[in-house]
Design a protein around this ligand. Structure first.
Ligand code: SAH
Length: 239
């Protein structure tokens, strides 16, 4: 029996009613058919998962009453995903999968060959929330605003290493097990790949490690999931 899980951006304490906005109340009563008195799980991204009861759900809002913590807070490893937005549905997919795979932060970037110059940050953030609700997570990765890759690298903290999925290395996949622990970011390019200038710049940076994701050229959305799996199994919380 899987309980309905709802993300609420509000402190969670036993016996302290938490307000629902109209959309949340509608989701619980209109879509999921919960009635006052029914049980659900709530989480806020910081305080673990809580067993709660729906106390009120109307047109304009409602409330839930957290009872006790049912699971501890579980944060992902310190891994960011940097990617160049592609078509809308595929960008949504990348954000959803990054949240499921345990990325701690999602950073869209524009690159020389980026297909899309605009994102809807709020919509992408909502996808990350939905993914966390659905996969049993207690953490929601923040989706940052779009910046250019050059700008991002210009202000980069050299303590965070970058695993650069470099299509030019397509071939036998590297093993990552020798790489150091610590903060990392994965970098995935757009459908057009990286430009010669970007490639030259990335190759010069001491904190960047280029990797192959196998012998086939993957679409950017597939590449993101593959790189996250590779990193999580070598250095992350799949070990
Ligand atoms: N148009 C490019 C491919 C881009 S694929 C070309 O034909 O060469 C989109 C992104 O996915 C790439 O920029 C890279 O970050 C990643 N990627 C896809 N396949 C890869 C592979 N086999 N090895 C490493 N990175 C890969």
């Amino acid at each position: 029996m899987s309980r309905i899980r709802l993300y609420i951006d509000h402190p969670l304490l036993a016996g302290q009613a938490v307000p629902l906005d109209g959309a949340q109340a509608h989701y619980l009563s209109g879509v999921m058919r919960l009635r006052p008195g029914d049980a659900l799980s709530v989480f806020n991204g910081r305080d673990g998962e809580w067993a709660a009861v729906l106390t009120d759900a109307g047109k304009r809002g409602g409330s839930v009453l957290p009872d006790r913590q049912s699971a501890p807070q579980q944060d992902p490893p310190d891994l960011w995903l940097i990617f160049a937005p592609i078509k809308k549905a595929r960008t949504d997919f990348i954000v959803e999968k990054a949240a499921e795979m345990g990325a701690a932060r999602i950073q869209p970037v524009t690159t020389a060959h980026t297909n899309s110059e605009r994102i809807r940050q709020d919509r992408l953030q909502a996808h990350a929330v939905e993914a966390a609700e659905q996969c049993g997570g207690t953490f929601v990765p923040p989706v940052a605003d779009l910046v250019s890759l050059a700008q991002l690298l210009g202000g980069w903290d050299a303590n965070r290493r970058i695993l650069w999925a470099d299509e030019a290395r397509a071939g036998p996949a590297e093993t990552l097990s020798g790489l150091p622990q610590g903060p990392w970011a994965i970098l995935i390019g757009p459908e057009g790949g990286f430009s010669a200038t970007e490639r030259a710049n990335l190759s010069r940076l001491p904190f960047v490690t280029p990797v192959s994701l196998g012998p086939r050229i993957l679409r950017a959305d597939t590449a993101a999931v593959a790189a996250l799996a590779l990193w999580q199994s070598a250095l992350g919380d799949w070990r």
